[in-house]
Design a protein around this ligand. Structure first.
Ligand code: PGA
Length: 252
């Protein structure tokens, strides 16, 4: 059975003090009312060490939003997978559409990042999903399959156990436009079938496939009720304790 997960992606929001306040607020809320799923917060690099110190890692796991495609050395401004891991983080988001689009992260670059993350003991939340144009051309399945083949299907089944997939239709990210639960389930079930073809039914059943894109407390219960939706990757609604907690509670 795939693990149920609600993961937050803070993106480029919150200064250090605000981030600590948010993490502390979430910690307090979940200490008072235990979650029924794995909860992860993925923060900007600068928050990781301090937030790691304050969290109870049994209840809230920590992740980064990116890591470098090089192991170490003269790459000014970059942060390696090893550095991320040394903060106490357990996860890293890779392949987010914003990084593919605005920072020209190609499948080959993402493959390097995935390999370095796994080699340094991080788990990867790997994002895939089509643009509006691709959805209108009914290319969503081909896009998702190609993104998996391009950056994670070279892994062994053993390595693939450390990959969480996040299906995030680009047209639904930050737009307030959510995929319907039926639309999401259709592609989630397709993604699981592609994983099954590559790694077998057991690995596919054990892989958590998260939905992302304007997920909020009001639509999470319907999305999470679908058999192939194992949780959510949450942007905007992860920036306030009450909003994020509302989504976590959808698993209750
Ligand atoms: P959103 O972002 O929830 O703000 O749509 C999701 C994401 O990009 O991970």
């Amino acid at each position: 059975m795939a693990k149920k997960i609600v993961a937050g992606n803070w993106k480029m929001n919150k200064n250090l003090q605000e981030g600590i306040e948010l993490a502390q607020g979430l910690k307090d809320a979940l200490a008072a009312d235990k979650p029924n799923c794995e909860v992860i917060i993925c923060t900007p690099f600068i928050h990781l060490a301090k937030v790691s110190d304050l969290l109870d890692h049994k209840t809230i796991k920590l992740g980064a939003e990116n890591c470098a495609d090089k192991a170490s050395g003269a790459y000014t401004g970059e942060v390696s997978a090893e550095m991320v891991k040394s903060t106490g983080a357990e996860y890293v988001i890779l392949g987010h559409s914003e990084r593919r689009e605005y920072y020209n992260e190609t499948p080959a670059i993402l493959k390097e990042k995935v390999d370095l993350a796994l080699a340094n003991g991080l788990k990867v939340i790997f994002c895939i999903g089509e643009s509006l144009k691709q959805r209108e051309a009914n290319e969503q399945e081909a896009v998702c399959k190609a993104e998996l083949e391009g950056s994670v299907f070279h892994l062994s089944a053993e390595q693939f156990a450390n990959i969480v997939i996040a299906y995030e239709p680009i047209w639904a990210i930050g737009t307030g436009k959510t995929a319907t639960a039926e639309q999401a389930e259709e592609i989630h079930s397709y993604i699981r079938s592609v994983i099954a073809k590559k790694y077998g039914d057991k690995v596919a059943a054990d892989t958590s496939i998260l939905y992302g894109g304007s997920c909020k407390a009001s639509n999470a219960p319907e999305l999470f009720a679908k058999p192939d939706i194992d949780g959510g990757l949450i942007g905007g609604a992860s920036l306030k304790v009450a909003d994020f907690k509302g989504i976590i509670d959808a698993w209750k």
